[in-house]
Ligand binder design. Structure first.
Ligand SMILES: [Zn+2]
Ligand SMILES: [Zn+2]
Length: 269
């Protein structure tokens, strides 16, 4: 069965010409979201890409920064409406580490309507995961792990599909040594690359604990990653970003390098 990655957004927190980084893993018409971006733009992206809330089986949120967690509130709201309308089958699960789930629950309680909140801990389940824990998610056994973020606790995930394919997602965190076991030799890696190395003096990725294209590509090459998807970028290059990032990245990474645009669909075969 074909497996695809819906790229809802590719931008970092403060971009205005892209949506924030978030993805939907799709197989057989069902979706597992990896982060949700920072707001209601997730609903626009879902509609534009023909993804109804009724087809979203679960969501993993990496950390509590605005550009990753707040879109998740809108996803819960949309799924809640689908449940109330009788359009949603089964339970909707949100995975995250303890602090994230605590914060997510508080935001939900503050901003969502009673009919949606009535489904929390019923058909909408908020599931805490610990570092190194493996859970069954819609795409197979998924191991959640601490990415070593210095600013806030952040988890990534490594998914092993039934056919053995391995994918890792690191939120917006550089590839630190503690995640090497999850990233080494993986088939697909989704990773942060805030800007070109050549524009380090403009965007200062080190100030926000992010990476340049060169840094992420070098590390992925060292770790034997097969296919690398760059995201969480600045937005000053418009339609030229793909070519510019690809050109810099291919000097350092010799597997398949992908720099998707917002709303692109990638085949994961
Ligand atoms: Zn962040
Ligand atoms: Zn971010």
């Amino acid at each position: 069965m074909s497996r695809r990655l819906y790229v809802f957004g590719t931008g970092h927190a403060m971009v205005t010409r892209l949506y924030n980084s978030c993805f939907g893993l799709e197989e057989g018409g069902w979706f597992f979201f990896l982060d949700a971006g920072g707001g209601n733009g997730i609903l626009q992206a879902m509609e534009a890409m023909d993804v109804s809330a009724a087809r979203v089986r679960g969501m993993f949120l990496t950390h509590t920064h605005t550009d990753h967690i707040l879109g998740g509130i809108w996803v819960v709201r949309a799924v809640g409406h689908a449940i109330l309308a009788g359009e949603y089958q089964g339970d909707f699960c949100v995975w995250g580490h303890r602090e994230l789930i605590g914060a997510f629950r508080q935001i939900c309680m503050a901003v969502l309507a009673p009919d949606i909140l009535a489904q929390l801990d019923g058909r909408i389940r908020l599931l805490e995961v610990s570092d190194g824990q493996t859970c069954a998610t819609p795409f197979g056994p998924t191991t959640f792990f601490d990415t070593g973020c210095a600013l806030v606790r952040q988890f990534g995930c490594a998914i092993r599909a039934p056919d053995g394919a391995r994918m890792a997602y690191l939120g917006d965190e550089p590839i630190h040594p503690q995640v090497y076991p999850y990233v080494q030799g993986c088939g697909w890696l989704i990773a942060d690359a805030l800007c070109l190395e050549a524009e380090r003096q403009i965007h200062h990725p080190e100030h926000s604990f992010h990476s340049s294209v060169k840094e992420t590509c070098q590390r992925a090459e060292e770790l034997g990653v097969q296919r690398l998807i760059l995201c969480h970028t600045e937005d000053t290059h418009g339609p030229l970003r793909k070519a510019l990032y690809t050109r810099e990245g291919q000097k350092y990474f010799h597997g398949t390098l992908l720099v998707p645009d917002d709303r692109e669909i990638l085949s994961l075969q």
